[in-house]
Design a protein around this ligand. Structure first.
Ligand SMILES: *Cc1c(COP(=O)(O)O)cnc(C)c1O
Length: 347
């Protein structure tokens, strides 16, 4: 047995009450439809197991992952039949795996439908492409006997521009309605987080929010209804006093104009705090904003402690990680801000 390491200088606090409140808000906004949860990519980097357990406890019963390995991580915390795998079966082994473990594949093509049927079939979901041209069958394929023979639980499509007020949304919705007339199914689903805000005509029987569960606000209509969930924190590992003219970090992009106190925080681009935060980001302590000085490096970021004499080595600081504001500041999407948080944050 390797020794247990001392605790890391990074933590990722999850407000599970806020997560559940966001799911309830999205479920209520989904009207007569139920809200599921996209928990792919380790629940957008926040830890799929703890997210799934909390949402299951709140009453969520449809969970979406992209890869088979992501479904495996959830098998002991969710009923297998509540997990749908968005990428579907790429080969017969995937289909056998899904059947053996009771997982629901999302069928995305005639090829995948054949693989599923040849493995013995069973309940599955079906993804129809209505204009995003990513995964999914074109409407013209839906009358193929290999499709009409499927046992479809959820008939899905996915919106390309739900976060914008554009005619593409209505065009996709009409194709999704048309698809519903062509394939027998139990439930229909179209809306991601932003799609929920487009109104009841977009809801079907099931919605598939992801980013808004985790504190993202993908459309103005959701502002004020979504709470921050993820709070990354990092420890100060050294403080120093600078003289006027001293410079900070790689390429000396910051020069002290006067004597000042700074802190070195154990957080860098290897942790997902990318270089675009250089000279822009801030850490928070007791309501004070402590600006990032100079370049973010791989494992360290330097911050201004001139106005925070109480902050010292070993103290924990919160990153200013309100997703809409952080996205506007850095140019990273709210999705990237969450999914890029590195593996040194314990989940
Ligand atoms: C990721 C994903 C979602 C969730 O989208 P958000 O914009 O995060 O709400 C919904 N449906 C599908 C098919 C997805 O791939």
């Amino acid at each position: 047995m390797p020794p247990e390491a001392p605790p890391p200088p990074l933590r990722l606090t999850l407000d599970l009450d806020a997560l559940v409140a966001n799911w309830r808000a999205l479920d209520a906004l989904s009207g007569t439809a139920s809200a599921g949860a996209a928990v792919k990519a380790d629940a957008y980097g926040l830890g799929a197991r703890r997210v799934a357990m909390a949402l299951r406890g709140a009453g969520c019963s449809d969970f979406f992952v992209a890869h088979w390995s992501e479904a495996v991580d959830l098998l002991d915390v969710l009923p297998a039949g509540n997990i749908a795998v968005l990428h579907g079966p790429q080969n017969p082994a995937d289909a056998v795996f899904a059947r053996d473990n009771g997982l629901r594949p999302v069928i995305n093509s005639l090829h995948q439908a054949r693989i599923w049927q040849e493995a013995g079939g069973g309940v599955c979901d079906l993804m129809v492409d209505t204009g995003i041209n990513r995964l999914g069958l074109p409407l013209a394929d839906l009358s193929d006997p290999v499709i009409t023979g499927l046992q479809v639980d959820v008939l899905h499509s996915h919106l390309a521009s739900a976060d914008e007020d554009v005619p593409q949304n209505e065009a996709q919705r009409l194709r999704w309605l048309e698809a519903q007339g062509l394939v027998q199914h139990r439930r229909a689903s179209l809306a991601n987080s932003a799609g929920i805000a487009l109104g009841s005509a977009y809801h079907g029987q099931l919605t598939r929010p992801g980013i808004a569960l985790y504190g993202g606000v993908p459309s103005a209509a959701l502002a004020g209804q979504i709470k921050q969930v993820a709070q990354p924190e990092a420890q100060v590992i050294q403080t120093r006093e600078l003289e006027a003219g001293d410079q900070i970090g790689y390429n000396a992009t910051f020069t002290a104009a006067e004597p000042m106190r700074v802190g070195v925080v154990s957080l860098g681009y290897a942790d997902g705090y990318l270089r675009c935060w250089s000279g822009k980001g801030a850490m928070l302590a007791d309501g004070l904003r402590l600006p990032v000085l100079g370049r973010v490096s791989m494992d360290m970021t330097v911050i201004d402690l001139s106005h925070a004499p109480q902050v010292g080595e070993g103290d924990w600081l919160a990153l200013d990680y309100d997703l809409p504001a952080a996205s506007a500041l850095t140019g990273l999407s709210q999705y990237e801000l969450l999914t890029s948080l590195g593996r040194r944050f314990p989940r």
